[in-house]
Write a protein that binds this ligand. Sequence first.
Ligand code: ADP
Ligand code: MG
Length: 147
Amino acid sequence: SCLPFLAEGRVVKGFGRGSKQLGIPTANFTQDVVDTMPTDMIEGVYYGLANVDGGSVSRMVMSVGHNLHFANAMRTMETHILRSFADDFYGGLLRVMVLGFIREMESYTSLDALIAAIHSDIDIANKALSEERFASCYDSDFFKHGF
Ligand code: ADP
Ligand code: MG
């Protein structure tokens, strides 16, 4: 539904679930950006492209879900960019282009299973995003100027 999907906004502190400790930091958007997501967007893991503060465009995997602590009312959109950064970029301007769906959300019985699933998501994202049909997306004006 509704892909590709573009979003831009500031990066804020997440819920401190320790993603970074697992080697999988996820940048969170402010709630007003999350609220621009299509309401029929299936909860799960997506792949696409992203950049920070107009910088180089990298591949990403993004989870779209809801926060259980707020009785399903609040949705979340968490982007793991497939490159390393020297520093955190809280407050930075994140732009994402969501290009494809990987899988629906699942609850994993162990941390190892969760990490294995994310590594498999990253493999799927890298394969898909090296396809010729996405080649022109990396140079999109959106990553330089926004909407
Ligand atoms: P939080 O709960 O605050 O989201 P995380 O452990 O998920 O904490 O870390 C996310 C933060 O890590 C991002 O907001 C960003 O500043 C930083 N970060 C560093 N490298 C990356 C990356 N490759 N992808 C996403 N965020 C990254
Ligand atoms: Mg996070």
